[in-house]
Design a protein around this ligand. Structure first.
Ligand SMILES: [Mg+2]
Length: 243
């Protein structure tokens, strides 16, 4: 998957107060998978560090473990008890979830709707690291979801020690629209799980940091972040100050 919000072939979902339009399928996407490259990002990055003021974050699949909820719902609602996140080896879930197309469509809709979004768990250590980084300035999130409200509420609930004015969320409604938003924000580094988005950003000068997930384990030239603690080790804070 992708951050569920920008799934290719996403079905039309009708939830209590919103409708998500189906997107056109992306062409030419490779779905072959290879063993994850788990090199240290710091090694791939040389001795570079990241100024915390120059980084922004995707949400689904990076901060929020959105596909963990997808798997839970698949087991509870459709008795797909064998399913784990490791089965989700491609962004288009229809190609890697062994279930009928309408079942996958319904699961995607359930996972993204307002009722279930609050149930998404945070990625391990994301809360601790983001809380620490927020002491140095606002946390900037750019999501391809169409509406920001449910994720703003999710972030505020999961980051209770971060002042609300330090949580900034922009919903682009389209993964390709992230580039312009990030450029306007003077972002140099973006933590993202969707490989296609990483390639798109890199072409225009934004350094992607690929957050490791089963659906992005093709080879790529981008530093792979396998854990939030590893990401934290790359961060330099203003004036050499540790938060
Ligand atoms: Mg994502």
């Amino acid at each position: 998957m992708k951050s569920l919000s920008d799934l290719t072939n996403r079905p039309t979902c009708v939830s209590p107060n919103r409708t998500m339009e189906k997107r056109e399928a992306e062409s030419g996407e490779a779905h072959l998978t290879f063993p994850a490259r788990r090199e240290k990002a710091s090694a791939a990055f040389g001795h570079h560090t990241i100024d915390v003021r120059e980084v922004a974050f995707d949400i689904d699949g990076v901060v929020a473990d959105t596909m963990a909820l997808f798997v839970t719902l698949a087991r509870e609602r459709f008795h797909l008890n064998f399913l784990t996140k490791d089965h989700l080896t491609c962004y288009d879930l229809h190609l890697c979830v062994p279930a009928a197309r309408d079942v996958v469509d319904e699961l995607i809709c359930l996972t993204l709707d307002d009722e279930h979004t609050p149930l998404i768990p945070a990625m391990p250590d994301a809360v601790e690291v983001l809380t620490e980084l927020a002491r140095c300035g606002p946390l900037r999130f750019v999501t391809a979801r169409i509406w920001p409200e449910s994720m703003v509420a999710w972030l505020e609930r999961n980051l209770p020690e971060v002042p609300r004015e330090r949580i900034q969320v922009i919903a682009t409604g389209d993964p390709d629209a992230k580039l312009e938003v990030l450029q306007r924000m003077n972002v140099r580094y973006f933590l993202e799980d969707r490989l296609e988005t990483c390639h798109m950003l890199a072409k225009d000068g934004i350094q992607p940091l690929l957050f490791d997930q089963p659906w992005n384990r093709q080879w790529s030239p981008f530093p792979r972040i396998v854990a939030w603690r590893q990401f934290r080790d790359l961060i330099a804070l203003p004036h050499g100050r540790e938060p």
